[in-house]
Design a binder for this molecule. Structure first.
Ligand SMILES: Cc1cc2nc3c(=O)[nH]c(=O)nc-3n(C[C@H](O)[C@H](O)[C@H](O)COP(=O)(O)OP(=O)(O)OC[C@H]3O[C@@H](n4cnc5c(N)ncnc54)[C@H](O)[C@@H]3O)c2cc1C
Length: 392
């Protein structure tokens, strides 16, 4: 019998390949890039937040409307299993104060090196610069390579082609025309545009807004944001990015509220702000304890004519978001192959013998380890589905 093909050498494809090879299947991985797992390596630059330590029930809520569809895969390959797998490759993990789990090395490269060596030892082959182009009339896989078209006959296939963010790292969403029932890709976990004044943008771009709380549509998230030349980004912004993106698509803009002193209630803040004999910026800095960027934000609001009393303004500074940053720099994407296109074994209804895993499926989640966990879990689920349904 011919080998199993795994297309896409990101975390979802690699863990599917490992699961299949451990079960004794011959596996060939194809990827269009010269190097595997480019996005995984980039994720490592931010510390590689592998997963999260909170209870599974709460963990699953972060997938929103896709939670039900993802639950069987995540329950079958849980955060604890991912941690054990990582440590099995010699990369000890630690849990941060926020509950996020990282490898101690805080990068992906040692983990990936050990992983690729393990795959090689299991007999898995990696074919680079093979861009999947669909199937020929006989159902064989078609690849474009620098040497021309290659046709590959398989016993079964796992597609793990990724989403559409950071397309230059390989996951460019070019496969969407090859499958049916695909929801359009949209950026997720990305920054937003704000029409800063030239003065504010010049002075504060690149500076963090630490320990703030952002509020939108009844949800509040605490954390750190970053002022950019034309907007705002960072963890706390990403946490609300799905709702903000959808509101902008619907209404043209979205009004975010920034609490610049989340640890101080408005009455205490009002008591501190006596105002006597002080300039606005001194009051904000010395009495309200705001950082220079936060002071700049309040002044920006005042220059735009916002006359809200100072304590209320500091607790809920309105920020009009006028657009989203694009897929080129988004951490992840929403959209992809709808869950209705696959069965309970992750197999395509329209193509028996073809299984699907990872970010190419239509789910989104905030940062915090939820993205990689779902990629690993669905990679394992697709491989197990294949092992159950496709005889050797
Ligand atoms: C800056 C950044 C930081 C991140 N940090 C984190 C983090 O800390 N924690 C976290 O959980 N997540 C993080 N992520 C997200 C995470 O990296 C992705 O969710 C994950 O890599 C997706 O895995 P995947 O295997 O589904 O797809 P990918 O990793 O995107 O891999 C898909 C592979 O398929 C290949 N491919 C695509 N189309 C074809 C084709 N037609 N033919 C052949 N090959 C093809 C691509 O070349 C690619 O190698 C981060 C992402 C970014 C961009």
């Amino acid at each position: 019998m011919s080998a199993v093909a795994v297309i896409g050498a990101g975390p979802a494809g690699l863990i599917a390949a490992e699961t299949l090879a451990r079960a004794g299947r011959e596996v060939v991985i194809f990827d269009q890039m010269a190097q595997p797992a480019r996005k995984f390596l980039l994720a490592g630059r931010g510390g590689l937040n592998l997963t999260h330590s909170e209870p599974l029930e709460r963990f699953l809520t972060h997938y929103g409307t896709a939670a039900e569809a993802l639950a069987p895969a995540i329950e079958a390959f849980r955060p604890a299993a991912l941690i054990a797998w990582c440590e099995g490759l010699g990369q000890e993990v630690f849990t941060g104060t926020s509950g996020r789990v990282f490898p101690r090395a805080m990068k992906a490269s040692p983990l990936l090196r050990a992983w690729l060596a393990r795959l090689e030892a299991l007999g898995v082959t990696l074919r680079r610069r093979h861009r999947w182009m669909g199937w020929d009339d006989a159902g064989a896989l078609r690849f474009a390579t620098p040497e021309g078209e290659v046709i590959y006959r398989t016993s079964a296939t796992v597609l793990a082609l990724g989403g559409a963010s950071w397309p230059r790292l390989g996951s460019d969403g070019g496969w969407t025309g090859l499958l049916s029932d695909v929801a359009p890709f949209r950026p997720s976990n990305m920054g937003f545009h704000v029409d800063w004044s030239p003065h504010f943008s010049e002075r504060f771009q690149g500076l963090p807004l630490k320990r703030v709380a952002l509020g939108f549509a009844g949800e509040t998230r605490r954390g750190e944001a970053m002022v950019t030349r034309d907007g705002i980004e960072g963890g706390v912004v990403y946490a609300l990015s799905g709702a903000l993106r959808d509101a902008i698509a619907r209404d043209g803009s979205a009004l975010l509220h920034v609490d610049l002193r989340p640890d101080l209630d408005q009455a205490k803040l009002a008591a501190r702000l006596s105002g006597r004999g002080m300039s606005l910026s001194n009051q904000l800095r010395k009495q309200a304890g705001l950082s220079p960027v936060a002071v700049g934000l309040v002044q920006e609001a005042r220059h735009a004519g916002d006359a809200t009393p100072l304590p209320a303004l500091i607790k809920a500074l309105p920020l009009r978001l006028t657009g989203t940053q694009g897929l080129e720099r988004a951490i992840s994407s929403a959209g992809g192959l709808r869950f209705g296109a696959v069965d309970a074994h992750s197999m395509l209804h329209e193509r028996p013998g073809v299984f699907v895993a990872g970010e190419m499926l239509d789910w989104e989640a905030p940062t915090g380890g939820y993205l990689l966990q779902a990629c690993f879990s669905t990679g394992v689920a697709a491989a197990r589905g294949l092992l159950q349904l496709v005889a050797r």
